[in-house]
Structure formats: C-alpha cells, structure tokens
Write a protein that binds this ligand. Structure first.
Ligand code: URP
Ligand code: ZN
Ligand code: ZN
Length: 462
C-alpha cells in the first residue's frame, strides 16, 4: 500500500476568499485534513511559513499550450507551460482544446489529451473551442460534458478560422446551459474588423501598432452585447473571455444590473499594459494579442469592475510566440503576426500588486486568482480554497520581497517578457500541488507527468 506523506505548514497567515487568520495546516497525502492553531501533529515534512501568506494555489482558466495558431504553434507545451505556471503560484490550468471544422467534438478533446498526458507538472482541465455544432452534434456535446469538459469557447472573431455564426452560438448556449455547461465567448465583431484591416493595409499601414488601431473597443462592446443578448434568448449563462476595455465592461455591467447571469474575466495585460506599449516599431509585435492593448484610461475602469464584481476572474490568455521566427512571420504585415502573448508565470504576483496599490482587498485577490475560477468551472471546493477536505494546492507567498520580471529569469519557453524590467511586490516561495512540493524556495522540485486531468462538474456555482 502507498504510504501517505504527511506535511505540516506552520505559522502562516492563511488567506482565502473569505478568511484571514494565522494557523497551521496538516496535509495527509494529497488532502488538507486539519487546520488549527499550533497543531501538535507528527509530519514527514514541516514547512515554516512564519511571516508569509498562505493562499490557495492559483487557477488560470485560460491558457493555450501548444496551440497551432497563425501559421505556427504556441511556444510553451504542457511541460514547459505548467512548470512556468507552478513557479508563479498557479496549480491548475484550464487549457483550450480545439474541435476543428470537420472533426467531432470528442476528437478535439482527445487530441488535447494526447498533447497533455504525461507532461503536466500541475493539474489541468480543458474547455473545448467549438467551431461547428449542428443539431446532430448536441448529444456529443453532452458526452464531452460527461467526460469533464463542461465549458466551450466560441468565437465571434477570426473569420475563416474559428468564427461561428449567431445560430451556432444560440444552439450551443441553449444546449450547454440546459445541462450546467457554460459558453465562453471571444466577443469581438471579426467581420467588421476585417473590413477595417483591409482599409489599413490598402493605406500601407503594416506595423504592429495597426493591430490595435484596427480593432476598436466598439467591436468588442458590440460582441459582448450580442453574446449576452443571445445568452438571454437561450436562457443560459455566458462568460466573456479576455475582456479588455471599459466599453465592453459596461455591457456586462448593464446586463448584471438587470440580473442576467453574464460573467467575465480580464487579464493582467489589460490591467498593466496599454496601447502605448506598441510604439511605432517592430518591438510592438510582442503585444500583438487579441483583443489588443487599450488606452490607459481603461485600466482604472477594469480594476473598478474587479472590485465591484462586474468582472469575476483574472486569467492570462497565455499564448506565447517567440519574437524570433514566430512573431517574425508578420514582419511586413501585422495581420500575419501570430496573436498572443506569454503571461502564465506572473499572474498571481502581478495581481497581488492590486492589493499593494489598494485597488482590491487581499481576500478579493485570492477570489480573483483562484476561488472564483474553481466555482465558475466546476472545481470547487476540491480546488480554489484552503479547507479541510480540499486538495492541498497551496502557495506560500512572501509579500515583503520584490521581484523584477525578465526574460532572463522567467521559465516560460519564450524569448521575451511582456513585463521586462517591471519590479513588483511579492514572490512565490513554495508551492504544493496535491500535497507534493513542486516549487521549493523558487526551485522546481516537481515532476512533469504528476499533474492530473480534472474532470470538471457543472459550471457557474458562483
Ligand atoms: O491573442 C490571443 N488572444 N491569442 C489566443 C487566442 C484567443 O483568442 O484567445
Ligand atoms: Zn480569444
Ligand atoms: Zn485565448
């Protein structure tokens, strides 16, 4: 019989979405079994967390490891990407599998199982990007849900690649919503955007900054409005991914004020970076992501949305492409630059700086980076909190130390950092994934392959 390693974390300040107190945590095998003051229990490993915050492992519900996109493939695979995530205090990712046109939904999920299996250093789940859903495929959608893939992403952008029409969105929302599933929407009017792009290229506007200048905030706001309206007609909830600007946020806000189950995430890049980062030159390719970076004035609005619960979750949309050879595909034409940026490693620490800057509370920081995603995507209370019976996914976080983000020290498999030289407060010191130490004082001690696939339950228990 397998002997269970017993671990005791002593004297930490435990922060959950609702609590803030000093206690010890006893872990038996993979599970938290006791929490209390000055526990007198025998353990194989004792970790002193005095002076540190002890928080639930981060959950990043929006990553694209190894995604074939824009004529190339995202530079992190499930091994490098999950190791980088662990370094940054994330112990669960939900990645986007893809059902390509002509493929069955099950095939799409299966393909991603093959990519991820045996490679992940932390636990992982899948959403399914759905590019076709005829009536006859609805049963298959339910089968996919029974296999633990209970959320689906659909695109109003990328015509000819991922875009689906409104009928397909309505069909998917009606079907998924009736069974506790959730449609995640990439809400941007890609058809209008393509017309704006044609016009820009005709004028010889080929530099990276034109990626942002051809995707107006109104195109995103229209997409969000339409997604919510379709969800309302389908009597289903909807989750807007990577919301980037105040115009789009206002659509979510208005719907929520009417009691509509509309939810949304934003990402650190929209909180810390802006359209100014594109500059006029080639370096701006680092920030070619969709939606693009926006005017700085949007940042304060997004923080307000996070504080007031009009935005529920912070994901990364981690989709890294190297400048060399990958972003370079669009050297002479911004439309050929693969869309996406790295971020999985620094989400937790970056968002902690929202606490430092008094934008959100400590509890809200935990909620936004872990708990809310667990509840939204059917993982709570196994994941997303520190409680008796929960998986021992735990981060020991030194809030008093600083770190300077750089390509020279990060662990993502990409040749630049979107935050190069930025100094932030807070360092992830030790990380446990189901009771095993994966990061020990900043060093990776885990094993790729130890991460388990998470069969998720019904969504939106929030
Ligand atoms: O630029 C982005 N966001 N790339 C990844 C694909 C997506 O739309 O999420
Ligand atoms: Zn998207
Ligand atoms: Zn994405």
């Amino acid at each position: 019989m397998k002997t269970q390693m017993k671990t005791l974390i002593r004297n930490g300040q435990i922060i959950t979405a609702t609590d803030n107190y000093k206690a010890d945590i006893f872990i038996d095998g993979e599970t938290i079994t006791t929490i209390g003051a000055k526990l007198d229990m025998e353990a194989d490993v004792t970790i002193d967390a005095s002076g540190k915050l002890v928080i639930p492992g981060g959950i990043d519900p929006h990553t694209h490891m190894e995604l074939p996109f824009g004529g190339t493939t995202a530079a992190d695979d499930f091994r490098t990407g999950t190791i980088a995530a662990a370094h940054g205090g994330t112990t669960t990712i939900i990645d986007f599998a893809v059902q390509y046109k002509g493929e069955s939904l099950l095939q799409g999920v299966d393909n991603w199982h093959q990519k991820a299996e045996g490679k992940c250093a932390i636990d992982y789940g899948f959403h399914l990007i759905t590019t076709e859903l005829e009536d006859k495929q609805i049963e298959e959608m339910y089968t996919v849900m029974d296999e633990g893939v209970t959320s689906f992403k659909m695109f109003m952008a990328y015509p000819g690649v991922f875009l689906v029409d409104d009928a397909t969105i309505f069909r998917a929302m009606s079907a998924a919503g009736s069974r506790g599933g959730l449609i995640c929407m990439h809400a941007e009017n890609g058809i209008v955007i393509n017309e704006i792009i044609k016009d820009a290229l005709a004028k010889g506007h080929t530099a990276p900054k034109y990626h942002a200048l051809t995707r107006p905030t109104m195109a995103e706001a229209e997409g969000v409005h339409r997604a919510i309206a379709i969800a309302e007609m389908a009597e289903s909830p909807v989750y807007i991914v990577h919301l980037s600007c105040a115009d789009a946020l206002n659509q979510v806000r208005q719907a929520r004020d009417r009691g509509i189950p509309a939810f949304a995430e934003t990402c650190p890049q929209y909180l810390f970076l802006s359209i100014d980062d594109y500059g006029d030159g080639w370096d701006g390719a680092k920030y070619v992501m969709t939606p693009p970076l926006r005017e700085k004035s949007n940042q304060a609005e997004l923080w307000k949305g996070l504080k007031m619960d009009d935005l529920q979750i912070i994901s990364t949309d981690h989709c890294p492409f190297c400048m060399k050879e990958q972003k370079e595909l669009g050297k002479d034409d911004f439309t050929k630059i693969p869309n996406g940026a790295p971020g999985v490693e620094h989400r937790v620490s970056l968002i902690y700086n929202g606490v430092v800057e008094n934008r959100i509370s400590l509890n809200r920081f935990v909620e936004l980076t872990s708990t809310a995603a667990a509840k939204m995507f059917g993982l709570f209370p196994k994941k997303g909190t520190i409680a008796v019976g929960s998986d021992a996914d735990i981060v020991i976080f030194d809030a008093n130390k600083d770190q300077t983000i750089s390509v020279n020290t990060h662990h993502m498999n990409v040749d630049y950092s979107a935050y190069e030289g930025k100094t932030i407060k807070g360092v992830v010191e030790t990380v446990l994934s189901r009771g095993s130490i994966v990061i020990d004082k900043g060093e990776f001690k885990g094993k790729s392959g130890n991460g388990q696939f998470l069969k998720r339950g019904e969504c939106v228990s929030i």
